[in-house]
Design a protein around this ligand. Structure first.
Ligand code: SF4
Length: 442
């Protein structure tokens, strides 16, 4: 399967989608909706889809989600809407994720729905980072009449959607399409722009922004303190996945991805990022990929469906196993790894170790901005009123940088609340300015 990143899950045909939608019972108290972190009106849009009213279905989804084609593909449906569907008890839950994906793709292909660009007269908001949290804030606030500009350090927007989730799960063209819709709401994107380096938060306020949102995620990987961990052939999963994305988009050469043809790879950790890294390493031509996890299959953070796909593709899993040490062949290559399997040490040959044990926020913005408090691990501290505001007036934070959400849709749910907090804050500031007749400085 070398370098075949074709999307794994197939899309419904139109008759299949309508038939699936017609199975929905349109429950009076829909448990699927309760299971959805952003409270999507699932039975309502499924009912429209069942009647063939695609535009209406899309309009209902758009009321709660800025990224339906993304959510339809990468949300943890088995733990959320589908897991809560009343038909799940009989093992026949409605395939809500695939239906959402169908509606979003059908809408884009047919160019069906066009949202009006709202008047931008409520204030200016700068959004740092264009992952799911930043895009949600931008979409929600733009629809409510705020002028929003996004500042992104990478050459393309999308954050983890573009550089973290592999192509076979979430094609880049789908992410680009969703971002285009947000751009069509009047949101301005500044790419290759790193806040804290090219420009600071204070510069943004000096340019006239009323509020700043930090949705910068977690870019600094956690580290294990074991012998050999600093060898150059030990990779970080988030950086490996980013390199593969840059290679696929033509921004990086194949050689720079490094992991690949004929290699034996050990991935440490068992969340969704670990599974993504393992399946990607296979696609880059690795001969053997092993996932090492210190607990059991029932304790892993990864979605069961992702794990099952990885097993089908040939990834090996070592449970109750921890990495003890990494032995080098020379300054460039690893020779082998020592694992502790069920209490016994074992040495196995290895070419690469890929660490996927979580990450923490980078300090770039905090160190260049006065007054933003963080906890002892570097996560930004925020308050509940207005929701998401940091200790610095007018600076809000959400997504992974606050350590609240764990998945794309949870980042979106949190961001929707922060968007409400920002709107309330900016409205209050504008009111005070109109009463006092002068601009309030943040
Ligand atoms: Fe339809 Fe299942 Fe939701 Fe009931 S719980 S409305 S059957 S998707």
């Amino acid at each position: 399967m070398t370098e075949d990143f074709t999307e794994v899950n197939e899309r419904y045909t139109l008759p299949e989608a309508i038939r699936e939608a017609q199975r929905c019972l349109h429950c009076k108290v829909p448990s699927c909706k309760k299971g959805c972190p952003i409270n999507n009106d699932i039975p309502d849009w499924i009912a429209e889809l069942a009647k063939g009213n695609f535009g209406n279905a899309m309009a209902i989804i758009n009321e709660r989600s800025n990224l339906p084609a993304v959510c339809g593909r990468v949300c943890g449906h088995e733990r959320q809407c589908e897991g809560n569907c009343v038909l799940a008890k009989k093992g026949q839950h409605i395939n809500i994720g695939r239906l959402e994906r169908f509606v979003a793709d059908f809408d884009s292909d047919a160019d069906l729905t066009h949202e009006a660009i709202p008047q931008k007269n409520r204030g200016r908001v700068a959004v740092i980072g264009s992952g799911p949290a930043g895009l949600t804030i931008a979409g929600d606030l733009s629809r409510q009449g705020f002028a929003v500009e996004i500042f992104e350090m990478e050459p393309e927007p999308g954050g983890v959607l573009m550089y973290g989730i592999p192509e076979y799960r979430l094609p880049k063209e789908v992410v680009r399409r969703e971002i285009k819709k947000i751009e069509n709401l009047g949101v301005i994107f500044h790419l290759n722009t790193t806040i804290g380096e090219n420009i600071t938060v204070d510069d943004l306020f000096a340019k006239g922004f009323d509020a700043v949102f930090m949705g910068t995620g977690t870019g600094v990987p956690n580290r294990l303190d074991i012998p050999g961990i600093n060898h150059p052939a030990v990779r970080q999963a988030i950086r490996f996945l980013r390199r593969v994305s840059l290679f696929e988009s033509g921004w990086m050469s194949r050689d720079e991805v490094i992991v690949g043809n004929g290699d034996i790879v050990f991935v440490i950790g068992c969340g969704n990022t670990a599974i993504d890294a393992a399946r990607t390493a296979l696609r880059m031509g690795s001969k053997e990929v092993n996932v090492i996890y210190h607990r059991t299959v029932d304790n892993m953070n990864a979605l069961r469906s992702e794990y099952e796909e990885a097993v089908k593709e040939g990834v090996n899993f070592f449970w109750n196993t921890s990495l003890v040490s990494i032995q080098a062949q020379d300054s460039e290559r690893i020779k082998d790894v020592t694992l502790n399997i069920d209490g016994e040490d074992k040495v196995l040959p290895a070419d690469h170790v890929v660490m996927a044990i979580g990450s923490a926020p980078a300090a770039r913005i905090i160190s260049s901005t006065e007054g933003i408090e963080v906890d002892d691990r570097g996560y930004v501290l925020t308050r509940d009123n207005p929701y998401g505001m940091s200790s610095r007036k007018g600076v809000f934070a959400g997504g992974d940088v606050t350590n609240r959400p764990a998945t794309v849709v949870h980042a979106m749910r949190d961001a929707k609340l922060v968007a409400e907090g920002i709107a309330r804050y900016v409205d209050a500031v504008k009111l005070m300015e109109s009463i006092n007749g002068e601009k309030i400085n943040n």
